[in-house]
Design a protein around this ligand. Structure first.
Ligand SMILES: Cc1cc2nc3c(=O)[nH]c(=O)nc-3n(C[C@H](O)[C@H](O)[C@H](O)COP(=O)(O)OP(=O)(O)OC[C@H]3O[C@@H](n4cnc5c(N)ncnc54)[C@H](O)[C@@H]3O)c2cc1C
Length: 369
């Protein structure tokens, strides 16, 4: 599927160069003399500046991915040039006010999987081309006690969010399991300490969830299964659903070392086991999550010489460990970009999106790849 847009600006060449810089961390980007090409898991965007015009061509395999690419381009030009500057033609015409990557989901089952983790089974319509791909989703929580007003898609491809009393809050989670035929997915929520609903909408939603409750969902929101024969996977409670998904999809020929930080042995989580999987649990023993540095300290003690040549390193954890583990992967282990993914899943003392701007997380957490 393809769409096109033309933007007029006397800064055309500079805007294309800035566009390339803006997306370099999240996609494969090539840029030269007024031209830029971006290739991401969602599709492709080609930009070319000529005189005072930028011509934009985007393409993707389906309407959901096309919508994501158009949204990213429109967000950039709306903030760089001004709102309403992008007018798309071609495929992906808006036929419904709701974005194609949105679904309203209904809680159908609530169950505790550990003393600190609650599983919600969510049911929604037509998940076929929707939640089949990617590990993560963005959940949209309506204000407590009000019927939800969901976001719509603007003509320029950007999301129009409800405001005022209808304001939604959103958080990134992982699809633990899915049954696409039945239209169901399961998500495991860490029940961390939180004083009020407005401060921790994710944990609070899970804590009070009842069958029938509604939640919005954007998918896919990133995350791929690494393809490698030798892996180290590590993370705290929040990364357990992603680690379980990765383990479940790896071939039994892959050798995996797991390092998992949880509070105590009662918080053990069901993970695939086998002769190819070595599991080490690290216990906080009552210390606050995000304060122990158990993961980074343990991993930094591994002998570099004993690491496999084709090692893939994956980590999902609190920001402090993220910083240390990223440094370890890049500087000590010297892993190339394509053989590690270290993601900050949350940051102690900051609600999602409230971290200082220098460290602000993109849609699915601060990443190092
Ligand atoms: C790609 C990705 C996938 C994720 N998958 C999952 C998942 O499957 N399950 C899951 O539970 N989480 C997951 N997370 C983490 C989750 O998004 C964050 O923990 C999020 O902050 C929770 O939102 P909240 O509304 O509960 O708390 P927020 O409103 O964001 O934060 C409120 C306060 O709680 C603290 N806080 C947040 N999370 C924790 C925690 N885990 N332990 C202790 N304190 C915390 C914050 O520091 C802040 O002080 C994922 C994150 C990413 C980036």
């Amino acid at each position: 599927m393809r769409s096109n847009a033309i933007i007029s600006s006397d800064q055309a060449e500079a805007l294309v160069a800035n566009f390339a810089d803006r997306f370099r961390d999240f996609a494969q980007v090539a840029a030269e003399a007024g031209k830029a090409t971006l290739i991401s898991r969602y599709g492709r965007a080609d930009l070319a500046a000529k005189a005072n015009q930028i011509s934009i061509a985007v393409s993707a395999k389906d309407d959901i991915d096309l919508c994501y690419i158009k949204m990213a381009v429109a967000e950039y030009f709306s903030s760089a040039v001004g709102p309403g500057v992008v007018h798309w033609s071609g495929d992906g015409e808006i036929t419904s006010p709701l974005p194609p990557f949105f679904r309203e989901m209904r809680v159908v089952l609530v169950a505790d999987v550990t003393p600190q983790m609650r599983r919600l089974r969510l049911s929604g319509r037509d998940l076929h081309h929707f939640a089949a791909d990617g590990l993560h989703v963005r959940l949209l929580f309506p204000p407590k006690g009000s019927p939800p007003v969901w976001p719509t898609l603007g003509v320029d491809g950007r999301i129009v969010w409800p405001g005022g009393a209808d304001r939604l809050t959103s958080r990134v989670y992982t699809i633990r399991s899915r049954n696409i035929e039945r239209g169901e997915i399961e998500i495991d929520f860490v029940l961390h300490d939180h004083p009020t609903h407005t401060q921790s909408p994710g944990a609070s939603f899970a804590e009070h969830a009842q069958p029938g409750d509604l939640v919005g969902l954007f998918a896919p929101a990133g995350g791929e299964i690494p393809r490698a024969q030798s892996l180290i996977l590590c993370g705290d409670d929040t990364a357990l659903p992603a680690i379980a998904r990765i383990l479940g999809e790896l071939p039994s020929s892959a050798h995996v070392r797991l390092f998992i930080e949880i509070d105590n042995p009662e918080c053990h989580y069901e993970l695939r086991s086998g002769p190819n999987i070595e599991l080490t649990y690290l216990y906080r023993d009552g210390r606050q999550a995000g304060t122990t540095r158990l993961l980074s300290e343990t991993l930094s003690r591994l002998e570099v010489d004993n690491l496999a040549d084709d090692l893939y390193f994956w980590a999902g954890c609190e920001f402090g460990d993220f910083v240390e583990l990223r440094r370890l992967a890049r500087r000590s282990w010297k892993l190339p970009r394509e053989r590690h993914l270290v993601v900050s899943f949350w940051r102690r003392g900051f609600a999602e999106g409230e971290a200082p701007s220098a460290d602000a997380r993109p849609a699915s957490g601060a990443k190092s790849r």
